[in-house]
Ligand binder design. Sequence first.
Ligand code: B12
Ligand code: SF4
Ligand code: SF4
Length: 349
Amino acid sequence: MVNAELQDDLRTEAQRLGFVACGFTSAAPDPQRAARLEEYLGEGRHGSMEWMEARKAQRASPQGLWPEARSVIALGMSYAPDIDPLALESQPEKARVSVYAQGRDYHDVVKKTLKALARWLIERAPESELKVFVDTAPVMEKPLGEAAGIGWQGKHTNVVSRNHGSWLFLGAIYSTLDFAHDTPGRDLCGSCRACQDACPTDAFPSPYKLDARRCISYLTIEHKGEVEEDLRPLLGNRIYGCDDCLAVCPWNKFADAAHRHLKLAPRQELAAPDLAAFLQFDDAGFRQFFSGSPIKRIGRNRFVRNCLYAAGNSGSAGLAPLVRGLCSDDDPIVADAARWALARISAAP
Ligand code: B12
Ligand code: SF4
Ligand code: SF4
């Protein structure tokens, strides 16, 4: 067992580096966690994210990915906003970019900070080995975060923290060391169902379960083709991700933007951008504007597709000339979205 002093020092170092939450749990398999992943995949709730199915055994438990792992160090970094993320709901000609994507790519910021913490640990325990993860590896970061006590998986399925609400990015370090385990986070959702009621697309078949196929985050970021016509009006002006279920969580009252990691500050020009400007991006302009942003990942075509659905939903005749120009776009999915948007604008009262 790792001595208590090293474990305490590690928590302090995590905090010094900018993680607001740090907890420890076992790397051993947890049958309930594995069964719930199985159920999620079995019901097809992951949609076209085949990579979830492909590495199911590794995802189900830390030791499934790395048999030598003994402990998981779960970490949380705050990205608490200082403005109301829902404020642009009533301004249809503005584009809503979810809070998590308004600043620098969190993958880079969290990964870099995890690596700094990893270096610190290896210097003190050179005989040990570790691996660091954020988001992209087959790791179930949310249930591991809950098991390590940094919060609980709320009814919107994300980890909620008593101190930082729903605005935490998660990261994990798998280690060959035996750390003492923290007490798992206790579910404090109670009778609240604000997130369930706030979801514009009814993406929760029941509390604690998400059907990604209906989630705007999935539709605008992960989904490659055309979005089904009956879902398009529900996207509103959300062009990259969605914050609605997170933003209404009452535990956010304890979140404070002062605890946000310095490198996660939002870019001013993404706070209330005009749809009109985004509709004019060509490939080079898109890549230049979103350099260092997670948005760059989806490419110009999917981004403009999303902006066209939002333009259609705005019903704004002022956007019609730009939309009309995109009806003959080289990308058939963009052209389809433009035709849909134009029809919707024409039909608007
Ligand atoms: C795939 C994925 C998505 C998909 C699917 C999301 C999902 N809920 O599965 C999509 C694209 C929709 C998505 C959206 C978002 N994501 Co995402 N996503 C992931 C990813 C890569 C894997 C998640 C996963 O394993 N899903 C599989 C299912 C099985 O997991 P689950 O939701 O945990 O399912 C549990 C519950 O259903 C529960 N359960 C089931 N039945 C029951 C019954 C009861 C009674 C109870 C109590 C529980 C329970 O058990 C299951 C297993 O624990 C993680 C990163 C990672 N590697 O972990 C990020 C991650 C979850 N995403 C994150 C974020 C920030 C978002 C968005 C907020 C982004 C945005 N603003 O648009 C939205 C939030 C949408 C939402 N409400 O979940 C963060 C969440 C941080 C946090 N505090 O929890 C993560 C951890 C990335 C990170 N490193 O920070 N995401
Ligand atoms: S992110 Fe938006 S669409 Fe997805 S579950 Fe939450 S409220 Fe619903
Ligand atoms: S909004 Fe309510 S039900 Fe949803 S996660 Fe927060 S406390 Fe739980």
